[in-house]
Design a protein around this ligand. Structure first.
Ligand code: NOJ
Length: 572
């Protein structure tokens, strides 16, 4: 077994220099434009983050992952990068970045930044050059340009669909004004895909990784890590062909652009750069790949860790949770990585809302999945009256507490520590920003609902988000969910997260667990090697807790009985 067990209690000092700091870290994702606004322009910024470092310290997180803060037209919330080695002037300057990194580090908090290598924005200087340069030029070779089909190249090179809806190919106008070649974009048309067969592209990203590592960044989250390499030789298969070949295509690594085997050559080069630093820089892959292929991304010779979104897609169901945890721990052990756990991020319906939705849809295994319930709720317009808010929150608190007891890294998303619900229909269509809303022509309301600026106070022009307004409208109910409101209450979700994260820091031990017999199918219990025990009641009937000192519970424990939809930690 290659996993490195933590054998002695962590201290702030050992954590800082420990090359394995990431293995069981609690990582807090900040979506910078919606976290805290220092200058009142309605957009969160880096100085806003610096001002909230005491909050992060009190919350007890080990690391912060910053979603993109680079110059961007925000065609896709910053995942359309104009310049990989700069800060968006709307968010601050490089000096502000250094001040923020310094403040986080002084508080013992590591910093992870997002790298977006699959595509740049269409405002990137390379893409402008490509548009101005002739067909076949070196400038065009940095992207994926192809001639169209049809007599005059008027048809796209293939009929493939983009992730956000609409085609993956966009036709350009040549510098002489005539209709010209087509370029590929897996996401929005403002996000042209880079050509990873091009050495200059490869070298430039190594420069970017060193640029941020030299500035003290501790790790990287790699956006769409599984799409970089492509095979577009010869006649391209149709979308129907690709769909028909289904899972077999993915398992063979033969899809023209998802999860091709060659992509790992890139990460092997990146690993060499990460290892130039002490402690080595870390990386986590965002790779929505077949489960059997995920471990490749997490290899120590590659990125080192990969997100698994399995719990995020599971229903609040004991059997699904147990199977998912067991499988992922085994997979992590085999790859030498530690496991990752995540319930919410900037791309999905918040878990407090998902768990309050009627179960719907079914996976290949015939199971009901909360991830699909969230999707469907978005498609149906996102009405709060369709959500059982009380139940959703109870379950979310229980699930989060379970996650914090698991071996591996826990990734949490800003606002989940407030038990925030997704904002749905309250955002008028005229104020929506997400390209998945626009490219689907309004069929699905998109991801703006988890990106609404955080409520810090019970009142004010933007509930304390900043001295001005808020770039997405905040609903009235944010007042009661705010940090200010929750700090007063010992039973608030914020208080629960603070207590749980501080205990997690103290109790963290070797990366294993043992399942305990509970005598009930809807109750899961596991024990870590040091006796730290977590019990979750997924059902509705109370469960008599085993012997042990009660450390924390997601709902009140009365007379030693754990109510339904609740988790408790015990020290055996
Ligand atoms: C994944 C990111 O998490 C998402 O927000 C973005 O839209 C796509 N990658 C494209 O960069």
């Amino acid at each position: 077994m290659t996993t490195t067990a933590i054998t002695a209690p962590r201290t702030a000092a050992t954590f800082q220099d420990d090359p394995n700091w990431w293995r069981q870290a609690s990582v807090y994702q900040i979506y910078p434009r919606s976290f805290s606004d220092s200058n009142g322009d309605g957009i969160g910024d880096l100085n806003g983050i610096t001002a909230k470092v005491p909050y992060l310290t009190e919350l007890g997180v080990d690391a912060v992952w910053l979603s993109p803060f680079y110059p961007s037209a925000l065609a896709d919330g910053g995942y359309d990068v104009d310049d990989y080695r700069n800060v968006d002037p709307k968010l601050g300057t490089l000096e502000d970045f250094d001040a923020m990194a310094g403040a986080l580090h002084a508080a013992g908090i590591k910093l992870i930044v997002d790298i977006v290598p699959n595509h740049s924005s269409d405002r990137h200087e390379w893409f402008r050059e490509a548009l101005a340069a002739p067909k076949g030029s070196a400038a065009r070779d940095r992207y994926i340009f192809r001639d169209g089909l049809g007599e005059n190249g008027e048809l796209p090179p293939s009929d493939w669909n983009s992730v956000f809806g609409g085609p993956v190919w966009e036709r350009i106008t040549e510098p002489d004004g005539t209709p010209g070649q087509w370029y590929m974009h897996i996401f929005a048309k403002e996000q042209p895909d880079l050509n990873w067969d091009n050495q200059e592209v490869r070298d430039d990203f190594l420069t970017t990784l060193r640029f941020w590592s030299d500035r003290g960044v501790d790790g990287f989250r790699i956006d769409v890590a599984h799409a970089l390499t492509k095979n577009l030789e010869g006649t391209l298969p149709s979308q129907a062909d690709l769909d028909a070949r289904g899972e077999a295509l993915f398992l063979a690594g033969e899809h023209p652009y998802w999860d091709r085997n060659e992509v790992h050559g890139i990460y092997a080069e990146w690993r060499k750069v990460f290892n130039e630093y002490n402690p080595p820089r870390t990386a986590v892959a965002e790779a929505w790949v077949h489960v059997d292929r995920r471990a490749r991304y997490a290899s120590p010779e590659g990125l080192g860790q990969a997100f698994n979104f399995d719990l995020l897609q599971a229903d609040f169901d004991a059997a699904q949770f147990r199977r998912t945890v067991t499988k992922n721990l085994a997979e992590a052990e085999a790859s030498g990585a530690s496991s990752t756990w995540v319930f919410s991020n900037h791309d999905v319906v918040r878990h407090a809302t998902r768990y309050g939705l009627p179960a719907t849809g079914s996976s290949a295994e015939g199971e009901i999945m909360a991830g699909q319930a969230g999707k469907r709720w978005l498609l149906e317009g996102g009405r709060q009256e369709d959500v059982n808010i009380e139940l959703g929150l109870r379950r979310a608190r229980a699930a989060s507490l379970l996650m914090f007891a698991l071996p591996g890294s826990a990734y949490l998303y800003q606002g989940e520590e407030l038990g925030l619900q997704e904002v749905g229909v309250e955002i008028p269509d005229s104020e929506r920003q997400d390209p998945s809303f626009f490219r689907n022509r309004g069929v699905e309301i998109g991801r703006d609902g988890c990106r609404v600026p955080l409520p810090w106070n019970t009142g004010g022009s933007s509930f304390g988000f900043g001295p001005g307004g808020s770039h997405l409208p905040q609903p009235e109910w944010f007042a009661g969910a705010s940090v200010e409101a929750q700090e007063q209450r010992a039973d608030s979700t914020l208080s629960l997260y603070r207590r749980a994260l501080s205990l997690r820091w103290e109790l963290q031990s070797a990366e294993t667990l043992e399942w305990l017999e509970t005598g009930r199918e809807d109750v899961l219990a596991f024990r870590r090697p040091n006796g730290w025990t977590s019990v979750t009641n997924f059902g509705t009937e109370p469960f008599a807790l085993p012997a042990g000192r009660l450390l924390v519970a997601s709902s009140a424990v009365d007379g030693g009985e754990l109510p339904g939809a609740a988790t408790a930690w015990l020290q055996a």
